[in-house]
Write a protein that binds this ligand. Sequence first.
Ligand code: ADP
Length: 192
Amino acid sequence: MNIILLGPPGAGKGTQAQILVDRRNMIQLSTGDMLREAKDSGTEMGRIVADVMARGDLVTDEIVIGLIREKLLGDKAGGFIFDGFPRTLAQADALAELLDENGETLDAVIEMQVDDETLVKRIVGRAADAAAAGQPVRADDNEESVRHRLMEYYKKTAPLIGYYHAKGQLKSLDGLGEIDAVAAAIAAALDG
Ligand code: ADP
C-alpha cells in the first residue's frame, strides 16, 4: 500500500509516519528529512536549499522530484509513505507518473487537519524543548518561518486536497487528538 500524509507543517505527519513504519513495515519518504540530510552533508544541493528552507519557502519541484525518483527504485517493503511530498500540483502529477512507471498505485491520501494556532504553538514549543535539552533546533522552527511555511501550505499545497478529493482518494481526519487516537483514525481510514 502506498499512501500520502498530507497536512500543514506541525500536523504530526512525521510522528504518524513513524508509527506506520513500525506497525506495517512501510517505508517513510520524507522530503524534508532528505533535504536536511543533503544540507548537513554539505553537498552542492545542500548549499542551494539551506537558505530556501530556513526562510520557509518551498524548494524547487525539480529537486524534490529527483529525490523521490531515486527512492522509488529502492526497497518497497510494506509500501511507501509520502511525508511532505507532494507539496505542489506539479509534484502530484510527477508522483502519479513515477508510480505508474514503477508499476505502483497510490492507495490513499490521508489529510491531517489541525488549526493554525495549534500548529504554531506545537512547532515553536518543539524548538524551545529542543533548545532547553541542548538538542539542535531546526533553522525554520521559529515563529516567522512557521507563519511563512503555513502561507506556502495554503497557497501551494492545500489545492492538493481538492485534487485528491476529485480523484476519490482523499480521507480527511482530525489531527488534534492524542497521538494514539490519530493513529487509530489513520488505521481505520486505511483498513476501512
Ligand atoms: P514541515 O512539514 O514541518 O514544514 P518538512 O520537514 O516536511 O517540515 O519540510 C521542511 C522544509 O523543507 C519545507 O519548508 C521546504 O522548504 C522543504 N521541503 C520539504 N518537502 C518539500 C517539497 N515536497 N517541496 C518543496 N520543498 C520541500
